[in-house]
Design a protein around this ligand. Structure first.
Ligand code: ME8
Length: 631
């Protein structure tokens, strides 16, 4: 039986809601998962939440919540975010699950019995933010030595247990020296240098406070959260629970994480624990770079934290594209704009430029030109791809793409898929089917469109991991039934075409994004003053019409009494007819900075409920004059 391809992400601390950084890692895992499935292999993609950490208990306390229900609520936030981004995982582990505690206790006991754990005193420091112990000589002025953190540390002086990390230097070095055990290469060198610098035994307990997994044999102590967290990769794979699953999964094929938790944890403590337990080591650890926002580290105090679902909303708001395609656009931008592995930057300006250039123009125009011309000149019938010079070039790009994806070079893989689109657009410009039509040369039109459609078909297959919904839509429009496999990306592999489908022109998948979106720095908690800055008013809709060239957008005029009349654009056409809206009283954000949406100025926003499969306008419960303040 072929091994199931096992992919993991870190399990995220639930002290706060997910942000664009945790989304980045989880999206990378989803991209790889979709690619491996395209190769026809079975995949198991696991993610989850790290809940036993002291900082999680503190976060619950700060909100006046009990940690268990706080974790429950936050774990749901993570699941909601991943589903809102089109991420499809196979397992979600929460470290507060009972079975996980059993696995942790069993393995810690095993390590004790094998002699890898010993009792001792610990005198040093603990950073609750990084959940990391630091030795006396690493610390200055009681501050965390991690340059990203530098918060005050807790001084720890207690009896507990150590794991003999120092005993694993040699086997770790041979694991880490293997090519492709750690990627990118520069990170592999960093990890090697760290281990060559000498490893010390690591303190793996903490004094019992009420939250965490008890240390077996010494109930006054709890297991250090990192030992507990790393073991999740075994628990979620069925260890001590589903022998068959575990045998088909272990070891992980690719473990994704950010550079922050690669060196100390995933590339040293984790493989050392596995070596001590006699379990096979992961095939590949990938430590990617960090995302900044407009060049700055994301932080609550700076108010520049990007929440992934808000980013999707912004894309919808400023382009009018469907939600499924907006999710695609976000992941596409993240992996198109930064080579995977390097640090990257997030900005709405760059997102817009990437969206317009690659999705609205390159991909969107091609799809639009091809469907229009096939409809008009060939009565919607897809011509077969002719054998010409393009077939060889397409095969070369396919090979490059495959190599890039196998090395997790997502950025180059996207480049290869986009080159096919470029070729198709240029081919159409050169062969000019519109001229051929005037000349009545149908055979030449069939060759021209057949070539360009085949290039689009292959490109859409290769883009499936990056644009899951849009690729699927394009392939369906072309008469194929997605998802298609990598082997279908060969020139002329027409095997899955749905018979008798005729191509016709349809609404653009990625309408152009008109205006630079402002950073929607959404703090979770805002002060009363912040709230008071939002000028909410009762408004009366006095006119409403569909924005030309769109199906979803209405342009409306709203009477705000003393504030006058405002024009606004909203994507609510699927949910209300103009007749239902005209005369309705609504709640209106009157002091929102104006935005340009599809060329129209929108001066404020109508509040609506984002209900499942529905959008519902918020109205005052009793009639109130336009312009009345809402508090
Ligand atoms: O470390 N850019 O959880 P965590 C890119 N619970 N990726 C980022 C990022 C950014 N700005 N910020 C965070 C933990 N990440 C532990 C893990 S695993 C056994 C336990 C991503 O919630 C990146 O993958 O702090 C980073 O490694 C991870 O989130 C840290 O998540």
């Amino acid at each position: 039986m072929e091994k199931i391809f096992y992919i993991t992400t870190p399990i995220y601390y639930v002290n706060d809601v997910p942000h664009i950084g945790s989304a980045y890692t989880t999206l990378a895992a989803d991209i790889l998962s979709r690619y491996v499935k395209m190769k026809g292999r079975e995949v198991f993609f696991a993610t989850g939440t790290d809940e036993n950490a002291p900082k999680v208990a503190e976060a619950a306390k700060a909100r006046g919540e009990d940690p268990a229900s706080f974790c429950e609520r936050m774990a749901e936030e993570f699941k909601k975010a991943w589903s809102g981004l089109g991420i499809s995982f196979d397992a979600f582990i929460r470290t507060t699950e009972k079975h996980h505690a059993e696995v942790v206790k069993y393995l810690v006991q095993e390590l004790k019995e094998k002699g890898w754990i010993y009792e001792g005193y610990y005198n040093g420091w603990y950073c609750i933010y990084d959940e990391t112990y630091f030795r006396e000589e690493e610390v200055e002025r009681g501050l965390c030595p991690n340059p990203e953190c530098q918060r005050p540390l807790q001084q720890v002086s207690e009896r507990g247990y150590y794991f003999k990390l120092s005993a694993f230097e040699e086997p770790l070095l041979s694991f880490l020296r293997e090519s492709n055990s750690v990627l990118p290469d520069f990170r592999q060198r960093e990890v090697l240098n760290f281990v060559l610098g000498g490893l010390r035994d690591i303190y793996i307990t903490r004094k019992k406070k009420d939250w965490g997994i008890p240390f077996p044999g010494d109930e006054k102590l709890q297991v250090y959260v990192w030992v507990d967290a790393l073991i999740n990769y075994l628990t979620v794979a069925g260890f001590l629970q589903d022998e068959e699953l575990f045998t088909s999964l272990w070891p992980p094929d690719v473990q994704f994480m950010g550079k922050d938790i690669l060196v100390r944890f995933h590339a040293t403590l984790w493989p050392a624990m596995l070596l001590a337990l006699g379990l096979p080591l992961p095939n590949l650890l990938f430590g990617h770079g960090f995302l900044t926002v407009k060049g700055e580290k994301m932080s609550k105090s700076k108010g520049n934290v990007i929440h992934p679902l808000s980013a999707v909303e912004e894309i919808i708001r400023f382009s009018g594209c469907e939600r499924a395609f907006a999710k695609d656009a976000l992941r596409f931008y993240l992996f198109r704009s930064t080579p995977f592995g390097a640090d990257g930057d997030f900005s709405y300006e760059a997102l817009r430029a990437c969206y317009n250039a690659d999705l609205a123009n390159n991909l969107g125009n091609l799809e639009n030109r091809l469907t229009t011309m096939t409809d008009r000149y060939l009565n919607g019938e897809v011509p077969p791809p002719p054998e010409n010079g393009y077939s060889q070039r397409a095969e070369e790009l396919l090979a490059n793409y495959q190599q890039a994806m196998d090395n997790l070079a997502f950025h180059s893989a996207i480049g290869d898929a986009l080159s096919l689109l470029d070729m198709a657009n240029k081919h159409l410009d050169k062969t000019a089917p519109w001229r051929l039509f005037k000349e009545g040369n149908i055979q030449a039109i069939r060759r021209s469109l057949g070539t360009a459609i085949e290039l689009l078909r292959i490109s859409a297959i290769l883009l499936q991991p990056f644009l899951p919904s849009a690729s699927s839509e394009i392939l369906s429009r072309l008469g194929f039934s997605p998802p298609l496999l990598l082997k279908d990306a060969k020139w002329g592999a027409f095997t899955r075409q749905v018979e008798g489908v005729k191509i016709k022109k349809m609404a653009p998948i990625f309408p152009r994004m008109e205006e630079v979106i402002k950073i929607s720095a959404q703090e979770k908690e805002i002060s009363m003053d912040d709230f008071a800055r939002v000028d909410l008013r009762v408004g009366k809709i006095i006119s409403c019409k569909v924005v030309e060239g769109t199906e979803k957008l209405y342009q409306m005029e709203v009477d705000l009494g003393e504030l006058g009349k405002r024009r606004t654009v909203a994507a609510i056409a699927p949910y209300y007819t103009p007749g239902e809206l005209i005369g309705k009283s609504v709640i209106f954000v009157a002091n929102l900075a104006p935005a340009k949406i599809r060329g129209l100025i929108s001066e404020g926003m109508i509040l609506a409920v984002d209900a499942p499969n529905n959008v519902i306008i918020v109205t005052p419960e009793k009639e109130a004059p336009p312009g009345s303040k809402v508090r």
